[in-house]
Structure formats: structure tokens, C-alpha cells
Design a protein around this ligand. Sequence first.
Ligand code: CA2
Length: 149
Amino acid sequence: MSLIYVLNGPNLNLLGKRQPHIYGHETLADVEADCRKLATELGHDIRFHQSNREYEIIDWIHEAREDGAGIVINPAAFTHTSLAILDALNTFEGPVIEIHISNVHKRESFRHHSFVSHRADGVICGLGTEGYQLGLRRVATLIKSAENK
Ligand code: CA2
């Protein structure tokens, strides 16, 4: 059973509690429960984390280098600012899927650029919290195809 990291950036702890017109009604605890259920169905373990601190996200990516087979990441605002998270992801060898709950391309122009997309194997945006499930499925598929090579 290989391990998938699901990482969440700043302010996502407020999911379901503020701005539901943008981010929906599901809380991060709901997203975690859905991810855990799906991961079990797919035959994987997950580590699910959220932090408002950039260095913690970087440390979890480093941890994933040791024991993680794939990463699903919603870097939140760090998407648009963090060369450090991109550098960390570039040291990780497994599949990486970038998630955004909202359609960032329909929003302010400062949300249109993503440092993380320079590394991500796929990007899901605007599909609400369902994007996490789809991202997890895709990471599982990519892990499987790498195992069969
Ligand atoms: O759409 C996404 O998932 C974002 O990554 C969310 C970030 C935003 O900076 C990105 O441009 C797009 C913001 C996360 C803030 O999360 C909140 C959730 C509920 C209430 C308030 C903030």
C-alpha cells in the first residue's frame, strides 16, 4: 500500500466556513474524509495536511521524498508566489497533481500564474472540492503505470 500526500496551503482551514460562493460548503475535514475513503478504495494510504506556513509545506514535500509515492497539492495563495515550493516539488520523483477548488482563470489576473504548474503532471481547477477526488484518482493511475514500466 503506497502513500499519497494531500497537501493544502494557507487559509484552506477556513473551507466551508467563509466565502461558500467561491469555495463551496464542504469543510477541509469533509474533504479529508472523502479522500481517505477513496484512497482506501484505491489501495493507498494518505497523509492529509494543511498549513498556513510555507516551510511546513516544504518539509512535508521533503518527507514525501522519503516515503511518498505521489502528491496532490492545493498550494492556495503560495501557488502564485512560491518558488520555494516549486523547488521542493522539483526534488520529488513521483506524480504531482495541482488542485484549485475555484477556476483561477476566471478570477483576478494575479491568480493566472502558477509556479507549481511548472512541475505538476496535471492541474485541476474550477471543479470544486471534487477536484481532490479526481486528483487522487489520477495520482493513483500514474503510480500504477510507473510500477508497470
Ligand atoms: O481555488 C483554490 O483552491 C485556490 O487555491 C484557493 C486559494 C487562492 O489563493 C488560490 O488563488 C485559488 C485561497 C484559499 C483560501 O481558502 C479559503 C477557503 C474558505 C474561505 C476563505 C478562504
